[in-house]
Design a protein around this ligand. Structure first.
Ligand code: GSH
Length: 209
């Protein structure tokens, strides 16, 4: 029985999970969902209703980072986890915490009419983009000259940020980030996890097949 992955193609959390699963060579039964119409079988195993969710027999992982780590426990052929844990943690906390808040404010100006887009952009630069640029000028990847799980965990969020206002992003003087972003966008790994699936309509099927 293959592990089941509930996923949503454009979700950055689901992207990082899919990238780690693919890299580790883990095959899954992919269940593409609609956020507005979540399958009952998913909500049954994970009532909080976020994707990604990975079900491996009785084990349910419903946090993207837990799925990444589970995948790397299965197989980590290029040593994505050979990095300083505390520096990795600092990057992830910043990304998933304050940067994600700013990203949502930037992406949904209609929800935040009191906020000025350019001010949000400046905050993002100070908080995230400038430290990343600094790190990526010193080394090819965020934690050194080898790719790590931290690059993969953060990349989908920087991609999303860059796509909110591509012309404005292009104007930013961030050559090292743009090179790093382009490398991930052009990677076979990213390509592989962005394949399109029809929405899973197997609600009548047993939860575990
Ligand atoms: N902390 C969770 C966050 C996952 C998350 O928020 N995913 C979004 C999609 S990008 C979601 O499922 N939101 C629920 C909804 O929109 O109903 C994780 O890392 O997996």
């Amino acid at each position: 029985m293959l592990p089941i992955l509930y996923s949503y193609r454009r979700c950055p959390y689901a992207m990082r999970a899919r990238m780690a699963l693919h890299y580790s060579g883990t095959q899954v039964e992919h269940r593409e969902i609609e956020l507005r119409n979540k399958p009952k079988s998913m909500l049954l195993v994970s009532p909080k209703g976020t994707v990604p969710v990975l079900c491996v027999e009785d084990l349910v992982l419903d946090e993207s980072l837990d799925i990444m780590h589970w995948a790397l426990d299965q197989c980590d052929p290029q040593g994505w986890r050979n990095v300083d844990k505390s520096i990795a943690q600092d990057w992830i906390e910043k990304n998933d915490g304050p940067f994600k808040v700013l990203l949502d404010q930037y992406k949904y100006p209609e929800r935040n009419p009191q906020l000025n887009q350019e001010e949000i952009l400046q905050k993002v630069c100070t908080l995230m983009l400038e430290p990343m640029e600094h790190a990526l000028k010193a080394n090819k990847y965020l934690l050194g000259n080898k790719i790590s799980w931290v690059d993969i965990a953060i990349f989908p969020f920087i991609r999303q940020f860059s796509m909110v206002n591509p012309m404005r992003f292009e104007e930013l003087k961030l050559p090292a980030i743009k090179k790093w972003l382009r490398q991930h966008l052009d990677s076979e790994l990213f390509d592989a996890v962005m394949q399109k699936y029809p929405v899973w309509r197997g609600e009548m099927a047993p939860i575990h097949r």
